[in-house]
Design a protein around this ligand. Structure first.
Ligand SMILES: [Zn+2]
Length: 149
């Protein structure tokens, strides 16, 4: 059974082995395949649209399919964990941790890192804030100064 290494949209695991359990030819092209795969970690499923480099059955292939197939689309999408490009590095570091925690269904860790993201972002907007300034006070002051809406 062929496998592909993907980021799992369900457990958030990076480079998880997905076994291709089922596939069918697309009516659009002989080498285009729809495939259903299962994560080796959480057993969550994905639907893939891929192109094969030659005509073969991915479910009868043994081993890594990455050299034999190009994935065009996958559903559901893997969670996005990167920060927007304009995010300051100091804020992006904790933002990414919050997104990764959310992706693996760790809401307490995600909440803690999201709060830290806000604390660092408020500090970027007003460097006079210190560790003793509470988050709601920071947000109220930034709103009053019209630095946030
Ligand atoms: Zn998974």
């Amino acid at each position: 059974m062929g496998t592909l290494l993907l980021t799992c949209p369900h457990c958030g695991g990076q480079k998880m082995a997905f076994r291709i359990l089922y596939n069918w030819k697309s009516p659009r092209h002989e080498l285009e395949r729809w495939s259903a795969g299962i994560c080796a970690g959480c057993h969550g499923g994905v639907l893939l649209l891929m192109y094969l480099v030659r005509n073969f059955d991915p479910t009868n292939y043994e081993g890594d399919l990455s050299q034999h197939a190009v994935i065009r689309k996958s559903w559901p999408d893997a969670p996005k964990t990167e920060a927007p490009a304009y995010t300051p590095d100091l804020v992006a570091d904790v933002f990414v941790q919050a997104r990764k925690a959310l992706a693996i269904d760790a809401p307490d860790a995600a909440g803690a890192m999201a709060r830290k993201t806000l604390e660092r972002a408020t500090h970027v907007l007003d460097s006079s804030f210190g560790p003793g300034d509470r988050l709601h006070t920071r947000l109220d002051k930034l709103a009053a100064a019209q630095k946030i809406t």
